[in-house]
Ligand binder design. Structure first.
Ligand code: SAM
Length: 270
């Protein structure tokens, strides 16, 4: 975060250790990152040159998913593990769609929430520093803001965040607790890193990432599908992120399809 597009951050915030959000920002071509983030990102992409394309496909999915949810009538978005709100963030996509919607950005990285608080429109957005696993805390804080009407459908976005939650923290239960708190007709949009036939480069990149940034938990298709229990996936179901309702003319390298699955699904019971 050393260019003029960064907001003024509390000097006590530590930018000397790489962070998930800032490494992601750098690999997406953003400028909200520090030397430490760029150094580790360089080592990771040396092992896995496709990674920036994989992450762009993830972000592009998130944009298409929010547009789909707006079309489906959703006006309340709970973005869990939001990352830095930059190009393609939920409030921007919603604004471009010309609708009035509310957004709660949640992240456990205080640098992310400081940035998002500074740039998100106050009348329609709130920002919370919290761990997605703390469902009681997140839902309680959300209720306290009175930003959302819990009687109306809410879209929960868990885009590229569940693979930071280890099995011992029961990520499927975490998802289910959010599901159970929401009105019927609510939605879940998720992406998750998949360990389909990992190439040696991907394996090495994941090792560097886990050692130097954050531990990442790859899961199988069956394990990722379990997060959709109690939700009805919209067509085309749980698919590689670039294949979820691609825009006409969009194309990606086949290798990008092997790294992550995506779905948007509707809560199917009270
Ligand atoms: C790879 S970024 C994804 C950002 C955005 N969702 C997207 O896909 O474009 C993952 C984000 O999740 C956040 N994160 C990771 N583990 C988390 C947790 N347990 N609770 C809250 N946020 C978490 C990180 O700080 C980071 O900002």
């Amino acid at each position: 975060m050393d260019d003029e597009s960064a907001v003024d951050l509390d000097p006590a915030l530590d930018l000397t250790r790489p962070s998930i959000a800032r490494v992601y920002d750098y690999l997406l071509g953003g400028s909200l990152n520090s030397e430490a983030d760029r150094l580790v990102a360089g080592r990771i992409t040396e092992a896995m040159p496709d990674l920036p394309a994989v992450l762009r496909a993830n972000r592009a999915f998130a944009v298409r998913a929010v547009r789909f949810l707006v079309e489906a009538g959703i006006r309340q978005f709970l973005d869990l593990g939001s990352g830095l709100a930059t190009a393609g963030s939920v409030h921007e996509v919603v604004r471009e769609a010309g609708v009035d919607a509310r957004v709660l950005y949640v992240d456990n990285d205080p640098v992310v929430t400081a940035h998002n608080s500074a740039i998100a429109p106050e009348h329609s957005c709130a920002v919370l520093t919290a761990d997605v696993r703390d469902t009681t805390g997140v839902l309680g804080s959300l209720q306290a803001t009175q930003l959302f009407d819990f009687g109306e459908p809410i879209a929960v976005l868990m885009v590229a965040v569940l693979h930071f939650v280890p099995d011992e923290d029961q990520p499927a239960d975490v998802v289910a607790r959010y599901r159970d708190a929401l009105a019927p007709g609510s939605f879940l949009a998720l992406t998750h890193a998949e360990n389909a036939e990992q190439a040696p480069g991907t394996f090495r990149a994941a090792q560097v990432y886990s050692n130097d940034v954050a531990r990442i938990h790859f899961r199988t298709r069956t394990e990722i599908a379990a997060f959709l229990d109690g939700w009805d996936p919209a067509a085309p179901g749980l698919v590689p992120a670039p294949d979820w309702r691609p825009e006409p003319g969009g194309s990606v390298h086949p290798a990008v399809r092997q790294h992550g699955l995506a779905a948007v699904a509707r809560k199917n019971r009270p």
